[in-house]
Design a protein. Sequence first.
Lengths: 85, 907
Amino acid sequence: MHGWSISERIQQISSEVLRVNQGSLYPALHRLEHQDLIVAESGISELGRRARFYRLTAKGRRQLTIEADSWSRLTGAIGRVLKKA
Amino acid sequence: VSWKEPYRRLRALLFRSRAERELDDETRLHLEMETRKLESRGLGPAEAHRQALIAFGGTESVKEDCRDRRGTRWLEDVGRDLAFGLRLFRKDRGYAAAVIAALTIGIGGNTALFTLFAAVALKPLPVPRPAELVSLWRVTPEQPRSIFSLADYVYYRDHTSVFANLAAESAASLRVSDSSTDASGSASDAEPVAALYVTSNYLRTFGVDTITGRDFLPEDERMTAGPYPVLLSENYWERRFGRDVSVLGRTLTFSSMSATVIGITPRDFMGTRPDVPDIWITMSARFDSQQRTLDRTLLCCALTGRLKAGATLRQAQMGMSRLATSLQREYPIAERRWDVLTASAAPFGANHGNIVKMFAVLQIAMGLVLLIACTNVAGLLLGKTAARQREIAIRLSLGATRHRLVQQLVTEAVLISIVVGFASFLLTWQALVVAGHRFSQAWAAQGATVPIDLTPDLQVFFYALLVSVVAGVSFALAPALQSSRPDLVSALKDERAGAGLLRKSRLQAALVTAQIAVSLALLIGAGLLTSSSARLLAVDPGFQTRTVLNLTFSSPPRLGDSGDLAFQLQTRLEERLRANPMVTSVSSASRAPLGGNVSSTHIAAAPTDPSAASGQPFPYSYVSPDYFQTLGMRFLRGRTFTSAEVDHGVAVAVVSDALAHRLWPNGDALGQRISLGSPTEVHDGGRRAPLSASTEVVGVVSDIYSTDLTAPDSGAVYLPQPSGDRSRLLLVRVAGDANSVAAGLVRDIRAAEPGLTVSAESLYDTMASSGLAVVFRVSAWVFAAVGLVGLALAFVGVYALVAYSVSQQTREVGIRMALGAERRDVVRLLIGEKAKSIGAGVLLGAGLGVLLSSVLSSRVFLQGARLLDPGVIVAVSLLTGGCALLAAYFPVRRAATLEPSRTLRFD
């Protein structure tokens, strides 16, 4: 998936709740690539242009599980705190 | 960060254009997709593109962010800074050249000198475990470092508990002949060899073994008659025998002593000697057996010991002091009290201290040059950074970080440093090549082999590089840190006022003062050394120097160098010389005054106890009767020898005035008798030593300086040269200047006696090449060269500093001139300001110079130098002050010739 479709996908899935700041997207992708969490491959986009296609690496997948766990723990905790209040 | 990181960074750096292209593609694609999306929602193309751009944010700053993530950012910055630095240098060539030249001279000079120093004096002896080797000296109240008698050595060797091995050595100059090719066995070849008499454990003590043949054996030390065992150094073996193995076992004759070659010592092995000996002979050849065990007054031997494993120098010192005390208790007959001093063995042995001192003097001079170079560069950089204040202010106001700015200034400094590092390495290398060439020439002329390795190694290169980088970075950092925090508004408006400027102008004045002071101190040192070396040669040594030739000759065997033939040759030469109308007198002697080769023997008023040597050692020479007349020495009492006395070998002597006063303080020396020599001394450097219980004094002559240029001889004795004695040295008095006659005389002799090697120089030249004179001349020369370089650097430095400070005052100059000041007044005003700091520098420098000269003339460095000379100090001070004023004048005049209207609109 290339950068633009990533941002579109996030908006779609979150039903337009999460809007990616397009200016921060690419530096973030470059950083993730740098941490070996994703890899980029050149390819041709649907418009017939050269583009960089990103996909998760095995390491990235593992990191995603860890991050997702810690996120759900955090939101669960916040939810429980809010319920009590 | 993964292991791929460096690889990725490298790729990012190498394929930067590809990464950039990908980034462009990515951005463009994103914008296109976004625009399409917006268009599909019904916006017009232009509006859609605009909205897409707004949503994306600044494309360039996003790209910049992405680039930062690549992690090659700083490398790219460095590249850019380097390019910028190079552009700056190209733009301002004078400044870059001045900085690079100053630092190169300072660092290169110091590195070269240090390499030389390390090669000569700092490298440990090239033997196994050099730290265990210890040199020993005998210490008496009169002589802090003297040598030992063989008998004392034996006592120490047999009783020591700290040394695993204790060896003795004694140097001599012998003459070699090959008795296997010369059946008569007589000294047929005049070739001198540098010999070292050593004890049988000598090589073992140093941990060195022969490369062929065998080492000495303990029983060699008990030999009483030849042929004695001898070792050749590989250097001599190669030079003289062409590495011929058959020389092993051959019997050679060294100054009438036969010796059999038993082995070869490794190349360049020289123990603690100043040069590589040609041969090593067993110590038993030096003395007879009686002397070995009895005579404790004949000081002959230098000692070197190898400590037992684990023993310290301190233990060695204590052990040897204890032994010295017990030796004195056991043999109370020996003179006065003495102690033994131990010190780590160093190359060049006893000369090590002097060499270190000489280098210390030179290193002081070189260090001062580096100091000048540093102040010079500090001044230049200060001016430069201040002048760039506006550039820096613009960068800061455009958003450059302080870190980034300092990084750029440091990069520029490192750039300079790297250039300087390479340049100074080249300079070092060249200087060492030249120095090495000079040294080997000088040593070859003296017949000495001195191995020193002068190739600058990588260590020295990195030393130079480190010094230059550290110097460069620290010079750049201080002004960079200071100037990256300026008040932006006033800097942009070019208002250079306030406390900062005042502080800076004080710093400039201080730099001017420092440069002048240091270079003046150097020049004063140079001036004093030059004038005292001139004074040294201007001294009246008590004999004719300009009109007397020192003529030496040697001959190949066939021409007759032995016995009657040699005598006939010498007689022929003397007659030929006397026949020359230019020659007024010819005499022969065993040595020329101030020509080295001093031989001393014990002399006392007779009668004395004939069984032991007594009295103090005084120099003696064998001379022909007309020696005194040839040299122009005056007879205070009595007469010279008669030819009858010479022919019949009558025991007569002429003594010097000082010796006469010393032996007979209240009486008349004439007709008195003296005793000469030690009855047990058998060899003395291959020359016959005098031995007489009762010799009559027939004359007293005026004192001369024959051994040392700083003081007349404390006593000297002249003995008649036996007829037929072959000294191969003639002293020839000529009418007029000796040097101008010399060539003609030499040519004349060569024509008459083909095959004879003849050389002649005036006694003045002999005197000028004596040790102390050479040391003075060399150090004067070095100081003068270094001082002039320092002065040139200071000139550039003062020029740059004054030019900078004047450039800051252009507005003031403009106002003054607009208000009606004459150009002359402005020049006077500006010069007056600079003159104050120059004057301070001259005063400070003169003080430093006096200090330096007192250090130089102290006993530590150049003994016998009387350096302080107010005339020289004043002259050199005026010269330096004048140069500095001149350097200040040029920029001042330029400022004063500017049009007032232009200077007011400056910037």
